[in-house]
Design a protein around this ligand. Structure first.
Ligand code: AMP
Ligand code: GLY
Length: 422
């Protein structure tokens, strides 16, 4: 089989390595891929992940048998619809279903309509009304741009002033472009966060192993929010009892709600949850695999990924085994100094060969046979072990052996999870 993977980060590298375990896979193309992924797939740097017309043309010309659309933007733009229109089966939701991530107003209204637990909220399309509401809203509060904003469209405002400034920068100064035309202002929740990725074919929902992201740039959750500086799986806060409650009150109701709205979701539905004193609540939905959650979740998947993905496409997930290992995984992200604000690129990377199978490259390019950094998040290193402690140790031991100038990483990935385990 010839497979196409749309995207070019650490998540896509993880998906590609896992897909390669299937013997029927002859060739994988990554659009655009990256210099690190090039070891495992044929990368086409000229075709970006949002260039839908070029993706469809490439897929048709190269007789692709199956496509996996991994990032949010092409999904929200309708990449799956466009590929399916030329007869290429895909993993990923269509445009109508991807709106669950593409519009926070949509997802909040969906949860309200179907009684799915989430933070109380108001939506606004008029800046003055939003500012007036903030005069009396409980503080801290959370201001969210409606549309995609590279994970930066969420402001936790500790003061009324900060909340108002967030509204003005989104709605008047258009910091996130049209994504800020509508906004959500919601209740500030507290509690441990859990990421649960799930496979769903619209009929059955199969949660994957839970995980914990580390979003802040610095140790002990200091510094700015990032795309994620490391992950562990499973998440110790996510007990069997809580998993059961989430299945009943969140996962199944969400699948049913999307069906009732005529927006059947097929693909990976990501539940960003907060375990509040009042029970688990949805912080956000993503219409795709999380990054860097995928880097700890898929290495623990014992079933064949391609088989599971095809079962999602063919709506036969209920007949398909999806088995996870009972081990633990930890992923440490190595980034370039200055991320997530500004950073230099082009530093030569050295990664010892014996570590390569555990490295998922997020931002790199090949130049004269050398691998150079080409992004803020550069790579993730995943270790799997019987205990979380050993997985963390093994991951950091590999990180120590990888070098590039200006590298930085958090030193406390998994520390909170270890403390919770005890
Ligand atoms: P998101 O981009 O929706 O994942 O939000 C980024 C982060 O903001 C989440 O992972 C949470 O840590 C935090 N967050 C979002 N919404 C809330 C909320 N209602 N209460 C507290 N924290 C929140
Ligand atoms: N790690 C969070 C996300 O993928 O959105």
């Amino acid at each position: 089989m010839k497979i196409l993977v749309v995207g070019g980060g650490g998540r896509e590298h993880t998906i590609i390595k896992k897909l390669k375990e299937n013997k029927s896979v002859e060739e994988i193309f990554a659009l655009p891929g990256n210099g690190g992924i090039a070891k495992d797939a044929t990368c086409i740097p000229e075709i970006g992940a949002t260039n839908i017309d070029a993706i469809v043309k490439f897929a048709s010309e190269n007789k692709i048998d199956y496509a996996v659309v991994a990032p949010d933007d092409p999904l929200v733009l309708g990449c799956v619809d466009a590929l399916e229109a030329v007869g290429i089966p895909c993993f990923g939701p269509n445009k109508k279903a991807a709106i669950i991530e593409g519009s926070k107003v949509f997802s909040k209204d969906l949860m309200k309509k179907y009684g799915i637990p989430t933070a109380a909220y108001e939506t606004f399309n008029d800046m003055n009304k939003a500012l007036e509401y903030l005069e009396t809203a409980p503080i801290p509060t959370v201001v969210k741009a409606d549309g995609l904003a590279l994970g930066k469209g969420v402001i936790i405002a500790e003061t009324r002033e900060a909340a108002k400034n967030a509204v003005i920068s989104m709605m008047q100064d258009k910091q996130f472009g049209a994504s800020g035309d509508n906004i959500v202002i919601e209740e500030f929740l507290t509690g441990p966060e859990v990421s649960v990725l799930s496979f769903t074919d619209g009929k059955t929902v199969v949660p994957m192993i839970s995980s914990m992201d580390h979003k802040r740039a610095g140790d002990n959750d200091t510094g700015l929010n990032t795309g994620g500086m490391g992950t562990v799986a499973p998440n110790p806060y996510y007990t069997e009892e809580i998993a059961k409650e989430c299945m009943e009150k969140i996962f199944i109701p969400t699948i049913n709600a999307m069906n009732a709205e005529g927006r059947t979701f097929k693909g990976c539905l990501y539940f960003g949850l907060m375990l509040t004193p009042d029970g688990p609540k949805v912080i956000e939905y993503n219409c795709r695999f999380g990054d860097p959650e995928t880097q700890v979740v898929l290495p623990l998947l014992e079933s064949d990924l391609l088989t599971v993905m095809q079962a999602v496409t063919n709506e036969t997930l209920s007949d398909t085994e999806v088995k996870f290992s009972s081990k633990n995984a930890a992923c440490v992200i190595m980034a370039s100094k200055g991320y997530p604000v500004s950073y230099e690129k082009g530093f030569e990377m050295t990664i010892p060969d014996e570590i390569l199978p555990n490295v998922y490259v997020a931002g790199a390019k090949l130049s004269d046979g050398k691998l150079l950094t080409n992004g803020g998040r550069v790579l993730g290193v995943t270790a799997v072990a019987d205990t979380l402690e050993d997985a963390i140790k093994a991951s950091y031991a590999m990180v120590e052996k990888i070098h590039f100038d200006n590298a930085f990483y958090r030193h406390d990935i998994g520390a909170k999870a270890l403390a919770a385990n005890k």
